[in-house]
Design a protein around this ligand. Sequence first.
Ligand SMILES: Cc1ncc(COP(=O)(O)O)c(C=O)c1O
Length: 428
Amino acid sequence: MKTRQDFEALDTADKLRALKKQFVLPPGVIYLDGNSLGAMPAATAERTRQVVEDEWGVGLIRSWNDANWIDLPARIGDKIARLVGAGKGEVIVADSTSLNLYKVMSAALEQVKAQSPDSQRRLIVSERENFPTDLYIAQSLAQQHGFTLKLIDSSDELPAVLDEQLAVLMLTQVNYRSGRVLDMQAITAQAHAAGVLVVWDLSHSAGAIPVDLLAANADFAVGCGYKYLNGGPGAPAFVWVNPRHADKCSQPLSGWLGHSAPFAFTTDYQPAPGIKRYICGTPSVISMAALECGVDTLLAAEPLGGMAALRQKSLDLTNAFITLVDERLAAEFGVRVASPRDPALRGSQVSLALAEEMDGDAYAAVQALIARGVIGDYRAGKPNLLRFGFTPLYLGFAEVWDAVEHLVQVLRGKEYLQPRFQKQGAVT
Ligand SMILES: Cc1ncc(COP(=O)(O)O)c(C=O)c1O
């Protein structure tokens, strides 16, 4: 069995270790929730101050041109494109993931209807365990467009549903509960062979695992700015449409900044060419400035091997965590790993389930850990999960060791039974 010294040695040998300096993290905190809200980059406070005090305060409305505010959605989109295998000019930053999903799902459904007005293709398929916002958006769109949403229990069922009734497959590449990764390239190819369009939610993949949208020949993708992209709470999201569809599909939120000539102020909507039509209204400049700082923390890894190097470290971290859980928590407390053990099938998170008779204590166990400075989160379900994100940009191996040690203490001392840990906040 490895010791803490072994983990410290891994930190010393870690070539990505210097990237941690890019972040402000409170002392004494082991932050294992970057999959939910990324840590704050050190550059963000100064950059947002500059935007507020200098660009807004002094530049006033001139800053739309002088400080290039108007270019933010495309400029940050181009940076995100480097992380998800998209081309320049193919990604735009706008709105939230839910809204962008609404836009691309509508575009996909419209395309199917236009191409085959009389066809049988009136089904949307997704996974029951997909993130709820994806399912809610699809439910609403199915109703509006006269489609039916069918939910499958596992991706193993995919081959059976890829038929002439299916219009759009809507999948999240990395599952928010288990962290399981779907094979984007293989699934997209199978779907296309059956004449089916695929919409990918990259919320837990962008900045977490290497993604290659163009190599996969994917159709549409959206993703979150506040998780692994470190854009800050409620950061704007991104959207990508394969250039082969981009000029063909329209999206329903036809706002003025998605117009081909917004400052012509014409009466009729004429969509901008390509991805720019996915902009609806005015960009949230301060939030975008913060998001850019977050995306830059990932691009800073490019000279050190980029997403491939980050992925390797992420797997080393999650493998180390799983080994320690097996060694120290499985036999004594019945803790189970609820994420795939095969590294190829695992994103940058590991979820744990407590022994069956302790399932109801999962929330309190997470609170007890947080009180010790180990911040993960809790996801209700069957089973309830303790969820831990491992962000290689700012997490070290000794912290993995310490996090497990804290969990051992929480369980051994039954700290989760303390009443202060039972009270549930509005956000878990
Ligand atoms: C897969 C997935 N999609 C979307 C979202 C959130 O979307 P929004 O930013 O619109 O709230 C989340 C949030 O956790 C998510 O996990």
